[in-house]
Design a binder for this molecule. Structure first.
Ligand code: DC
Length: 225
């Protein structure tokens, strides 16, 4: 019997490009599972913060991983991330958790630790997976590879409004500064830096309203389905 082919869609790009919103909507429309891999790095980052560790200290993080368990579970079709059996899906969304995630994600042992979790989901499910190295490292054989991006200013503005809705008092300038710092870190690290794969399609959403971004991505996926 012919082996069933699983559909994998990789969406990479910098923070605030709208990856999760676009990927989530596209997954819903096309009946695919949405996998947000940043949540895994965020959970490791949160664990380091909770343990008051230096998030760039490789030795300390390596030791911490021995007692760290990170899992993704789907509850009513929505992804939740569990850190040592505790649902930390809300706690991982703070600006501190963003920076901690970016720090720990530059450590090879952290990437190795999370690799199988990502691969195993994609092996068993038709999915859209978003992150930084999905097309280049995690799913190099994905049938669709998209690099979703936008200017730093546009991304900062979107993130600023999102944080404001959550009650944050951070200024736009602070949000922009942190975003640029994270961009730099994520794209200049030695291991699995943020970059498009050679065969990624670049989608720049700087001038696109959300529904147009979703439509563009859905159409690119439909061409391969
Ligand atoms: O997508 P996000 O903003 O939730 O990701 C948080 C951090 O995790 C990001 O700054 C870099 C890291 N990350 C990564 O290195 N590789 C991935 N596949 C996903 C996220």
């Amino acid at each position: 019997m012919a082996e069933k082919t699983v559909l994998s869609v990789a969406i990479d790009g910098p923070g605030g490009a709208g990856k999760s919103t676009v990927a989530k909507a596209a997954a819903k429309e096309l009946g695919l599972i949405y996998v947000d891999t940043g949540a895994l790095y965020r959970a490791v980052g949160v664990n380091a913060l909770r343990n008051k560790l230096d998030t760039k200290d490789e030795k300390a993080i390596k030791k911490m991983l021995k007692t760290t368990n990170v899992e993704l579970k789907y509850i009513d079709g929505v992804q939740h991330v569990f850190l040592n059996d505790e649902d930390v899906s809300t706690e991982i969304r703070t600006p501190d958790a963003s920076m901690a995630a970016s720090d720990v994600s530059a450590i090879q042992i952290v990437r190795d630790f999370l690799f199988d979790t990502q691969r195993n989901i994609a092996k068993k499910n038709n999915c859209i997976m978003d992150g930084r190295d999905i097309a280049t490292v995690v799913l190099p054989d994905a049938q669709v590879k998209i690099f979703l991006t936008a200017s730093a200013e546009v991304r900062a503005q979107r993130r600023f409004l999102e944080l404001q809705q959550k009650g944050s008092t951070d200024t736009y300038e602070k949000v922009l500064e942190e975003l640029k710092q994270r961009d730099y870190q994520d794209s200049h690290r030695e291991i699995a830096p943020l970059k498009p794969a050679e065969d990624s399609i670049i989608v720049d959403t700087s001038e696109m309203p959300l529904d147009e971004s979703i439509r563009t991505v859905v159409n690119l996926i439909k061409e391969k389905m």
